[in-house]
Structure formats: structure tokens, C-alpha cells
Design a protein around this ligand. Structure first.
Ligand SMILES: [Zn+2]
Ligand SMILES: [Zn+2]
Length: 246
């Protein structure tokens, strides 16, 4: 067959068609969870529904709840934060994505989480909302080179056009990594571990603060941060997190 003929140039040979199809499939956006092609979204609709759909949760701490507005633990001892909004539970496959973001590092996952959080937060965030990412312990940030909470918060800030107070929280003390401790030790470990930077104290006073983090486990860190922010005069503190340990 003469490949330079006009018929051949109009319709690619079957082998070429197969190659074009495979290239298109490779270049199309793929779902971050299942790897299947996803149209114009980092998640396919099935994975979005299966792993990131809103569910009934304690409005204060984000634990899954069969009924009622607050879990027994929040009713017994009110945390200093007013509400928690979480995208998912910290179970497979979301836990794997969070670990991949931090240790991969797969920074494109910060864009995915930030976009999903922005969608969930859109009804409650307004232009005066202050986004405050949880700071990493200094030596961890030095090791990793980035703070995943900050990367996620940046995406939320860009999408919702609110204010991000990147350096509002300071680590004043560096305890052991929380994941190595039980619940009581976690509370002791984070006590007096944070402070509001004096340059941002005026902005925090009377403000609505949205604290951004990747994972909430016992809530000890976020409880301590909320208490510090409330002492600095924050009117309301909401946690906005990617995944909650069930
Ligand atoms: Zn998928
Ligand atoms: Zn609760």
C-alpha cells in the first residue's frame, strides 16, 4: 500500500489507531485512587462516591456517628474547637494516599486533597475566614522539605480566596512524634507545644479560624491548638482535615 496516498493520510492504519488510542489513554487524567481514566478530575466518580462522600459525623470532632450531633466523648469533655470537617476516615485507600503525599513525596496529592476540601468548605468559608495550617516540628520539615498541611491549605486558599495565615502558629516545644504515643501521652506531649505568633495575634483576635491538617487521630494536637487560638481571642475554631482515625 502506498502510505503517501491521500486515503492513508486521512485514516491512520489500524496499528497507528491503536497507538493513538493508547497514547490518549496515557495522557488522560487518571483517578488517584483506582488509576482508571477520570474525566477532568483527579478522582473518578466511583472513588469520589465510595471514599469521599459526606457521612454523618460528630459535628465537633468528626467521628462517625450513627445518630445525634455530638459523640459521647465530646459531650463529656467539650474540646476547645467548635467543629471538625473531615473528607474521609483514615482507612484504606485514603491512608495510603496521605502516606504517599508525605513520604512519596507525591505533592500532586496535596492538590487533590486541597480541591476536595475546598469543595466541602465552600459553604462555610467566607473572605474573612483565616486558614491556619498546623506547623510541622522543625526537624521534620527540614527532613521532608515541605509541610503537607501547608500545601493543602494553599490549594484551599487559592480556590476559596480566603486569607491564609501561614506562620500564625509556632511550635514552642518539640515533643516525640505523636504516632509513637498513647492517648494520655499524646495530650501531655502537645501541652504548651504551640503559640500564636505575635505578628498575627491581632488578626486572630475575634477571627474565624479554620485549622488545616492532614490527619486527626486522638484530637490532642488540634485540641491544644484550638485552646491556644481561643486564648488569643479567636471567636470560632474549626478543624478542616483530610482523614479522621475512626
Ligand atoms: Zn477511581
Ligand atoms: Zn465528638
Amino acid at each position: 500500500m502506498d502510505r503517501s496516498s491521500s486515503a492513508a493520510s486521512r485514516a491512520p492504519a489500524p496499528a497507528t489507531q491503536g497507538l493513538v488510542g493508547r497514547l490518549r489513554a496515557l495522557l488522560a487524567p487518571h483517578c488517584a485512587v483506582c488509576g482508571l481514566a477520570a474525566n477532568a478530575s483527579p478522582l473518578c466518580s466511583g472513588c469520589r462516591r465510595d471514599f469521599f462522600a459526606p457521612t454523618a459525623r460528630c459535628r465537633q470532632c468528626g467521628l462517625r456517628l450513627a445518630h445525634g450531633e455530638r459523640c459521647g466523648r465530646c459531650l463529656r469533655a467539650q474540646p476547645d474547637y467548635d467543629a471538625t470537617i473531615t473528607l474521609a476516615d483514615y482507612v484504606a485507600p485514603v491512608d495510603g494516599l496521605v502516606v504517599a503525599l508525605k513520604f512519596g513525596p507525591r505533592l500532586e496529592l496535596a492538590a487533590l486533597f486541597g480541591q476536595l476540601l475546598a469543595e466541602r468548605l465552600a459553604p462555610v468559608v467566607h473572605s474573612a475566614t483565616l486558614l491556619v495550617p498546623v506547623p510541622l516540628a522543625f526537624e521534620r520539615q527540614a527532613d521532608r522539605g515541605f509541610n503537607q498541611a501547608r500545601e493543602i491549605a494553599r490549594v484551599v486558599q487559592r480556590q476559596l480566596r480566603c486569607t491564609m495565615l501561614d506562620a500564625a502558629l509556632l511550635r514552642t516545644r518539640h515533643g516525640a512524634p505523636q504516632e509513637s504515643l498513647d492517648a494520655d501521652a499524646r495530650r501531655r506531649n502537645v501541652r504548651k507545644a504551640f503559640a500564636v505568633a505575635s505578628a498575627h495575634a491581632a488578626a486572630i483576635g475575634g477571627g474565624e479560624v479554620m485549622v488545616i491538617d492532614d490527619v486527626m487521630t486522638s484530637g490532642a494536637t488540634l485540641g491544644e491548638i484550638a485552646s491556644v487560638l481561643k486564648r488569643a481571642g479567636a471567636a470560632r475554631v474549626t478543624n478542616a482535615i483530610v482523614a479522621r482515625t475512626p
